[in-house]
Structure formats: structure tokens, C-alpha cells
Ligand binder design. Structure first.
Ligand code: BGC
Length: 524
């Protein structure tokens, strides 16, 4: 058992800024074209200087990589491509020395098909205790040749695959990701063991993958057929694959383990848009945080953003949790691209950063947000996401938002790896996007993020909640209890600056007005 060298203040996460490290794409320490723990370790001082409080590291566990690590073959070890346990421990210790909290992904809903458990289930046959760890069922129709129900996989195709003895197993994601059976106490005990394994090493918490999955309804009834059952959208109560009431039992068990490690926390990936149902995950004995994807799914408009913010605050208002704001992650197009790409997308992304970081509660940044990384259109032959393959090419998948981070230099791989090639190709023309180039430029996205993160530590950006202020058409303005006023102009035309001392602006406000697609922080 490792004893953490640091003492965690209670609730250190309540106003924290987390930085999502998509491990494959963050930094390659050993020149094999894939990011890893050694690469991350070398960049810890950069993250400290950026001013974030905590990391979320995506799965780095042994995996055949059918879903780039979200198919876990052994939840209590490190994938050799990413390093080993000793490297993890060293990285963790160094992060703690630099004052960074470290959280890691926990993937309870499914395992890899290569996990020993699944292989044993295949070998043991129908009715065995080994099969009872997963969701094996007989098929329907003549000879059971039809799947047990009509559920689609979120990656395309049916959520069921047949095995040679005739049974079918459930996989909400890829066939290489069989769903575990959370009605089986052995499965719950195994999850607890995994949590303890990492908590004993000193991690400060978890991001819980598909936290609205895990529980499946009795009898696995057909779901209401839906046109678009795409990736991780919330389709409401007719979609029996997600958000079953039984999932809260699992969250209470997870919380009970965390409570034995004071100061540790979990954030859930909960794709549930109904405010009241989302709030249930944040009961005092469940998750401390749930990602709020309303900001990430809102278009660039004052009305949509206002609605997203109001609903997010209303959802957490009934719970002990703060709001938890996300603009981008490894599953969705990056916000620079969503907001129009190129110059306009970047302008809006600068404004969005000031909006996100002024809101009360927790903020999650995705690696590269601080550099203004856009999505990259990849040629077909470069695509790797299971969505692309499973949808027969109908969906291009998520590779575009997972391009490696550009660190320095003028040519691919821009200091990401010692190799010029990378697991997803990096485009030409990114010399100006590198951290090295932006560090020297006070007008860069990186400089804006650093300044905003520093100001976020001041009294102005403090206190619970916000007060909406009157604002010109196409704008939003609010005040935080600490005195910060944030004005965001979603329109195309300039508006007058409100009273107050300008602390930071995403565009030039020297003439006394805030240009379109820009935001400003003022001390009122
Ligand atoms: C992760 C995805 C992953 C899926 C299956 C999601 O919530 O963020 O990247 O493909 O879970 O594990």
C-alpha cells in the first residue's frame, strides 16, 4: 500500500479546473508515435504553468485498443504502449509535488473481449458462473438466430454478437467491449477492487465512463426504435440501454469506496439531459460531479448558451454538487471547429474560454483547447475509430478531434514524438499552433488561457452562483458574487463595454466597445 505524500483538503475539486489528457495524443516519450506516461510526465511543468488544478488521464490500462483503451483487458495494470506501473507511480508523485491532483478513467460498464473473464465465459458455456459476469442470452426467432432484443450498438450495427454455441452477448459499444453484468455481486466486487488498487497508489479520483450505463432493465426489453441512436446522445426514457434506476445502486457502492479515502472524488460521464434525472446522480451518496454536456451541445448563440447555463445550474441546484462545464472532449468535434473553424471559430473559442472559466463550479479542458486546436479532416485510410468501421463508413467517427498535440517546431510531429509520423497524422501548417510558438505570443490562445486561469484564482472569480445582468441583443452578461462581470457578445457587431475595470478580453477592447464573437472580464 502506498501512502499519498499529500493531504487532500476536503472538496479541493469544487472550483477546480481539470485538464483531460487523452493519453495517446498528449506527448510521446519513447518515440513509438503514440503518447504515453513518460511523455505526460515530461509535460507536467507545462500543465502547472498553464494553471490547471487537476488531471483526468484517459485509459492507460492493458488493452487490445479496439476502442483506443476503452476496451480494458486488465483494469489493474498499465498498457506497455503507455508505460508500466513504476512509471505511473513516478508520474503521480511528480504531479503531486507540482500541486496537481490526478484522476484517472474507470471503465465499469464493459471489459475488453480479451479480458481473462470474457475468455473464460466463452470457454465455460451457457449457464456457467463465468457467463453470468456478462450478459449472455439465447436469441429469438427460429433457431435463436435473431438477437435477443432490438438494441443497437452506439457504434453502429446490433448491440449483440452470437458466439459459436448459439448464445448472444450484449455490447452497447463495439463487439470487443462486452457489457458486464452489474446484477452480479462478483462484478461489483471487482470494480471496488480496481478502485482500491488505484486509490491505494494515491490517485485522487476517477472519471467514470458511461456512468449512466451499468444497470440494465430486467428482461432486457426492446427499446423504442429511434432514427439516430448515435454515440452517447441522450434519447430519453425509451432508450433502455441507459439511465436505468438500478444504476444508482452502483453509484452508491462507488461512493462508499471513495468515502474510505478522504478527499477523493468521482465525475460521471452522464449523457442524461433531463435536469431532474441528472440531479439523481449527484445525490449526497453518489457522484460528486457529473459532466454537463449542455454547453458542449449548445450552438454559438446567446439564447442557446443561456439555456444551457440555466439548465445546468438548475440541475445541480437541487444537489450538493457544483456545476461542471465542458466545451470539448475526445468524443465530439472540438469547439473551434463547431463554432465555424478557421478565424471565426478561433475568435469564438477564445470568447467561449472566458465564458467557461467565468462560470461557477468546475471546468474541464480537453488537451489542446488551450492551443485552440481544431479538428482535422483525415483521409479515409488514416481513420481508426471503431465507429468508422462499424457504420460501414457512414460515420467518420472521432479521430478528427484526437490529433496529437503540437508542442514545438515547424514540421509534423511538432515535438509530439521523436518520429515525424504519428498514430493519427498531424497536418502541415501547424507551426503557429504549437505551445512553443504560443508561449512567446501575448495575443495567443495559450496566453489567454494562462491569464484567465490565473485570474480565476483571485477573489473576483469566486462565490456560488451568478446573477444575470441586462445585456444588449445577442449578448450575455453575468456577475459572480466576487465581483467579476463577464460579457459575451455572440453577435457580429460591437457593443459598448459595461462599467468596470477590464481584467481580460478575448479581443481588442481599447476603443471602449466589445467586438462581435468576443468576451470580456471586468471588475465591477
Ligand atoms: C468514452 C468513449 C468510449 C465509450 C465506450 C465513452 O463514454 O468517452 O470514448 O468509446 O465510452 O467506453
Amino acid at each position: 500500500m502506498h501512502t499519498p505524500a499529500h493531504v487532500r483538503p476536503t472538496d479541493w475539486w469544487r472550483e477546480a479546473v481539470f485538464y483531460q489528457v487523452y493519453i495517446r495524443s498528449f506527448a510521446d516519450g519513447n518515440g513509438d508515435r503514440v503518447g504515453d506516461l513518460a511523455g505526460l510526465r515530461a509535460k507536467l511543468p507545462y500543465l502547472r504553468d498553464l494553471g490547471v488544478d487537476a488531471l483526468w488521464i484517459t485509459p492507460f490500462f492493458p488493452s487490445p485498443m479496439a476502442d483506443h483503451g476503452y476496451d480494458v483487458a486488465d483494469p489493474r495494470d498499465v498498457e506497455p504502449v503507455f508505460g508500466n506501473l513504476a512509471l505511473f507511480d513516478a508520474m503521480l508523485a511528480e504531479a503531486h509535488e507540482l500541486g496537481l491532483w490526478v484522476t484517472i478513467d474507470l471503465v465499469p460498464n464493459h471489459s475488453s473481449h480479451e479480458r481473462e473473464w470474457f475468455q473464460a465465459a466463452l470457454a465455460a458455456g451457457p449457464g456457467s458462473p463465468e457467463r453470468a459476469r456478462y450478459l449472455f442470452r439465447e436469441g429469438t426467432g427460429p433457431d435463436g438466430a435473431e438477437p435477443p432484443n432490438n438494441w443497437p450498438s452506439v457504434f453502429g450495427g446490433p448491440a449483440w454478437t452470437r458466439v459459436p454455441d448459439g448464445q448472444w452477448y450484449l455490447h452497447i459499444f463495439a463487439p470487443e467491449q462486452p457489457d458486464l453484468n452489474f446484477a452480479n455481486p462478483e462484478v461489483v466486487a471487482d470494480l471496488e477492487e480496481t478502485m482500491r488498487f488505484w486509490l491505494d497508489r494515491g490517485v485522487d479520483g476517477f472519471r467514470i465512463d458511461v456512468a449512466h450505463g451499468m444497470a440494465k432493465p430486467d428482461g432486457l426489453p426492446d427499446m423504442v426504435p429511434m432514427d439516430d441512436t448515435g454515440l452517447l446522445d441522450d434519447h430519453g426514457p425509451g432508450d433502455h440501454r441507459f439511465d436505468n434506476d438500478g444504476v444508482h445502486v452502483v453509484h452508491r457502492k462507488i461512493r462508499a469506496v471513495l468515502d474510505q479515502y478522504p478527499g477523493t472524488m468521482a465525475v460521471g460521464e452522464v449523457w442524461v439531459s433531463d435536469d431532474d434525472r441528472l440531479a439523481q446522480y449527484l445525490a449526497p451518496d453518489e457522484l460528486q460531479l457529473a459532466f454537463n454536456f449542455k454547453l458542449l451541445t449548445a450552438d454559438w448563440s446567446a439564447d442557446e448558451m443561456r439555456d444551457a447555463i440555466d439548465h445546468s445550474l438548475a440541475a445541480v441546484g437541487q444537489t450538493p454538487a457544483p456545476a461542471c462545464w465542458v466545451l470539448s472532449n475526445h468524443d465530439r468535434p472540438r469547439h473551434v471547429t463547431r463554432y465555424g473553424d478557421g478565424e471565426v471559430g478561433t475568435r469564438r473559442a477564445r470568447a467561449a474560454a472566458l465564458l467557461q472559466l467565468a462560470l461557477p463550479g468546475v471546468a474541464y479542458l480537453y488537451n489542446g483547447d488551450e492551443l485552440g486546436m481544431p479538428d482535422v479532416d483525415l483521409p479515409d485510410e488514416a481513420l481508426q475509430d471503431p465507429m468508422w468501421f462499424r457504420s460501414g463508413g457512414a460515420e467518420r467517427g472521432r479521430d478528427a478531434c484526437r490529433i496529437p498535440v503540437p508542442w514545438s517546431g515547424t514540421q509534423p510531429s511538432y515535438g509530439f514524438s521523436s518520429d515525424a509520423e504519428t498514430w493519427l497524422p498531424m497536418p502541415r501548417g501547424w507551426a503557429g499552433l504549437t505551445a512553443e510558438a504560443q508561449e512567446r505570443d501575448p495575443a495567443s490562445m495559450l496566453s489567454l488561457y494562462r491569464a484567465a486561469l490565473e485570474l480565476r484564482r483571485s477573489d473576483a472569480v469566486s462565490g456560488d452562483g451568478l446573477e444575470w445582468l441586462p445585456a444588449p441583443d445577442g449578448c450575455l452578461a453575468f456577475r459572480r458574487p466576487g465581483g467579476l462581470v463577464c460579457l459575451v457578445n455572440f453577435s457580429g457587431s460591437p457593443v459598448p463595454l459595461p462599467e468596470g475595470r477590464v481584467l481580460l478580453a478575448s479581443a481588442d477592447v481599447a476603443g471602449g466597445s466589445l467586438p462581435g464573437d468576443a468576451a470580456v472580464w471586468l471588475q465591477a
